[in-house]
Design a protein around this ligand. Structure first.
Ligand SMILES: Nc1ncnc2c1ncn2[C@@H]1O[C@H](COP(=O)(O)OP(=O)(O)OP(=O)(O)O)[C@@H](O)[C@H]1O
Length: 347
């Protein structure tokens, strides 16, 4: 377990005093993936550098499995550091070395024989899915492949902790998903504790069990990811949660099932809006045309993207079946994707 006990880190520059980490208390359980979210400058990187002792706290304690790491030095500190791997946004690979040689690098530093290094590198190359690319140089690899090398190198010393500093921020969305999948697999297979710092909520939603939100060095909220997403408390957390396009929350499912249980009649529809239709007054038009249909909005979310608006609206329609059929037909005519997600029969 990693434990921060009232930890602060203060930098003194010529002009300023900066509290990069402000009285942080936090527990990260062994084997979990813990997300730390915050905008640039919130103190996330400083917080993780305190874990591997690249920074020392100004006050407070950082404990790993009960050891106060700030009190370690010499061999004990080196061993502790070997036990902590790190991956970075810009991969930090050695450009003049091949994939294999990059992965073997930490093992060379450790003094392993060539045969031992090769065997370990083979295992890792297999694990991260880079078979066939062993002799490539970083410049010949895609972003996702470079991060796979970064991950393999970080795992070379069989660490118990992996620190991920914006590890997917330089990758496109599809590659991000692949790398996140890989991190999940590694966590499950090797039971490595992962601390993931990111400004992207979908990274946290996808792979983390617990999370903390940082602002100006302090933790403004922490908890289980699902709880934080469902009931964000701090304004900053609400901002992050709202920014995340996550239309089909478990909460929607619960609301839908509850509604169906309460009102066994009617249809539950999911409308998907893309681009321009999001601006059209489709619902008010429908109410005008079909005054006999009772319409309840269950949940809705419309997000702006570079390509236009995107979002879903969940509706409950109650009325005579032929009328409901007409209503659905009307929606289809308006070029809104209409999906009957639950049908509880007709009146
Ligand atoms: N070595 C340093 N000397 C002085 N100030 C520092 C130092 N390292 C970080 N800071 C300051 O501490 C604050 C927190 O920085 P930090 O890099 O931890 O934030 P972050 O949330 O990781 O942001 P980013 O994602 O941009 O790296 C910032 O104001 C930064 O300028």
């Amino acid at each position: 377990m990693i434990e921060f006990k009232n930890v602060s880190k203060i930098y003194h520059t010529r002009e300023n005093t900066i509290t990069a980490v402000d009285q942080v208390s936090l527990k990260i359980e062994a084997g979990e993936i813990f997300g730390i979210v915050g905008y640039s400058g919130a103190g996330k990187s400083t917080l993780v550098r305190l874990i591997n002792n690249l920074e020392k706290p100004t006050s407070g304690e950082v404990l790993i499995d009960g050891d106060n790491i700030t009190e370690l030095s010499g061999k004990a500190l080196r061993q502790r550091r070997q036990n902590i791997g790190m991956i970075f946004q810009h991969f930090n690979l050695l450009w003049s070395r091949t994939v294999r040689d990059n992965i073997e690098f930490p093992l060379e530093l450790k003094g392993l024989s060539k045969a031992e290094r090769q065997q370990k590198a083979d295992e890792l190359i297999d694990l991260v899915g880079l078979k066939g690319r062993e002799t490539a140089y970083p410049s010949e690899l895609s972003g996702g492949q470079k991060q796979r090398v970064g991950i393999a190198r970080a795992l070379a010393n069989d660490p118990e902790i992996l620190l991920c500093d914006e590890a997917t921020s330089a990758l496109d969305p599809a590659t991000t998903e692949e790398v996140l999948e890989l991190l999940l697999q590694i966590n499950k297979r090797l039971h490595i504790t992962m601390v993931v710092i990111t400004h992207e909520m979908h990274v946290v939603r996808k792979i983390c069990q617990h999370m903390a939100v940082m602002d100006a060095g302090a933790i403004v909220e922490q908890g289980a990811v699902l709880d934080v997403f469902r009931h964000p408390q701090a304004d900053l957390t609400k901002e992050f949660v709202q920014d995340e396009v996550n239309p089909e929350t478990e909460e929607t499912e619960t609301v839908v099932s509850e509604l169906l249980a309460q009102v066994p009649d009617g249809l539950i529809l999911k409308l998907t809006f893309h681009g321009e239709q999001a601006k059209l007054p489709i619902i008010s038009e429908m109410l005008k045309r079909f005054p006999a249909i009772e319409l309840n909005i269950i949940e809705g979310n419309i997000h702006q993207t570079q390509g236009g608006a995107l979002g879903n609206l969940y509706l409950q329609l109650i009325g005579e079946k032929p009328l409901l059929d007409e209503g659905v037909h009307f929606l289809n005519q308006m070029h809104v994707d209409t999906e009957v997600i639950r049908s509880a029969g007709s009146k």
